[in-house]
Design a protein around this ligand. Structure first.
Ligand SMILES: [Zn+2]
Length: 369
């Protein structure tokens, strides 16, 4: 992933600029980039002469990107630059982000780390006669296969009227079950190829359990969403808004559960820490398994670029004695440290009990504070 490579960028003198800019209304990039680079230029006055010059030159170069950004289509861009470290990297982003500019020894990764995780979803749209399959991937929806039709047969049985009606219905049920299983087999193959995060069943809602009951257990055990739809009336295009809303709801439910788990574990004395001071301590001891941040919560702090030590305040590093850098967002530095140590980070977009603490983490072992 590109983010891993960028996370390794360093500037010893603290002249590394990170800028995130979301597409403004047409013609707005020149003003936006001017504004974002202005605050970097102001802050660069605190650096040594050569670092300040490097940052000023980079600001010019970044402002000159406005025409290119206007002409292209990406919803947002990230730029990382430090002339004196031989670095100038422009990354188109798939999602809008907050407009932000930072200056420091390390790249500001938080907007990348906070981006919504992409999902892969299976969509089975079916009634008793027809079934269609769609796969959503990274926000795009495409149809899988050309659709399925139940083979009801046309043979009429002789015999009593009642018996005949019963047998016709039984054959229709059998044909529907076969139809769903057949469609399910194709979905299963796609699932084995690359795992789905959820299964959405679009149907006449009372049929949902019966449809799911005819699928392979791998599919029927996936987190399931049911919505009202008929196979004749859907298209990849028309399902896109539905998929966005399904994935938004799933993401929020998972975030809410995760934040609740961190709080419950912390409050009950388990392997979790709550609050910024405890999280920084846990990050410094590489104890964090999963770092969870409540929305935009951030605080300034200090970072030792030499050994990576994080603290709320400090001139020199208590571990290695080097001069520490002031950073505007020490939470972002804790996210970087967590990922570097093999842990996960999650930024919560919904209100949860974690809002009171700002930040918390599940830890691999108990952390004394
Ligand atoms: Zn240090």
């Amino acid at each position: 992933m590109a983010g891993d490579r960028i996370a390794g960028f360093r500037s010893k003198s603290g002249s590394l600029i990170s800028i995130y800019a979301s597409r403004p209304s047409p013609g707005g990039f020149p003003a936006l980039l001017s504004e974002l680079t202005r605050s970097v230029r102001d802050r660069s006055a605190d650096l040594d002469r050569s670092a300040e010059k490097s940052a000023r030159n980079d600001c010019e170069r970044i402002r000159a990107l406005a025409d290119r950004f206007e002409a292209e289509v990406a919803p947002a861009y990230a730029v990382f630059a430090s002339e004196q470290d031989g670095l100038f990297e422009v990354q188109p982003l798939g999602h809008p982000t907050a407009d932000v500019s930072m200056l420091g020894p390390r790249p500001y990764m938080r907007p990348l780390r906070a981006a919504p995780r992409l999902m892969r979803g299976a969509l089975l749209i079916a009634d008793r006669q027809n079934a269609r399959l769609f796969v959503s991937r990274d926000g795009f929806v495409e149809e899988l296969g050309g659709g399925f039709e139940a083979d009801i047969g046309s043979r009429r049985f002789g015999g009593f009227a009642g018996y005949e009606e019963q047998s016709v219905r039984a054959r229709a049920d059998e044909a529907a079950a076969r139809l769903w299983r057949e469609a399910g087999d194709m979905l299963l193959a796609a699932h084995m190829d690359r795992r789905f995060d959820y299964l959405a069943v679009g149907c006449h809602e009372p049929d949902a359990d019966e449809i799911a009951g005819n699928l392979h257990p791998y599919l029927s055990r996936l987190q399931r969403v049911v919505f009202s739809a008929t196979p004749q009336k859907v298209s990849a295009q028309s399902l896109r808004a539905k998929v966005m809303s399904i994935e938004g709801d799933l993401r929020h439910a998972r975030q809410s559960a995760l934040a609740g788990r961190v709080c419950d574990t912390g409050w009950s004395g388990g392997n979790a820490v709550l609050g910024l001071a405890a999280v920084l301590e846990a990050a410094n001891t590489q104890a964090i398994d999963t770092l969870v941040v409540a929305g935009p919560f951030s605080r300034p702090g200090s970072l030792c670029d030499e050994c990576g030590h994080l603290s709320r305040t400090g001139e020199s590093c208590p571990v290695c004695g080097h001069q520490m850098f002031d950073v505007d967002d020490i939470v972002a530095a804790a996210m970087d440290a967590t990922v570097a140590a093999g842990g996960n980070v999650s930024q919560i977009e919904v209100a949860t009990p974690l809002d009171v603490e700002g930040v918390g983490a599940l830890t691999r072992f108990p952390v004394g504070v």
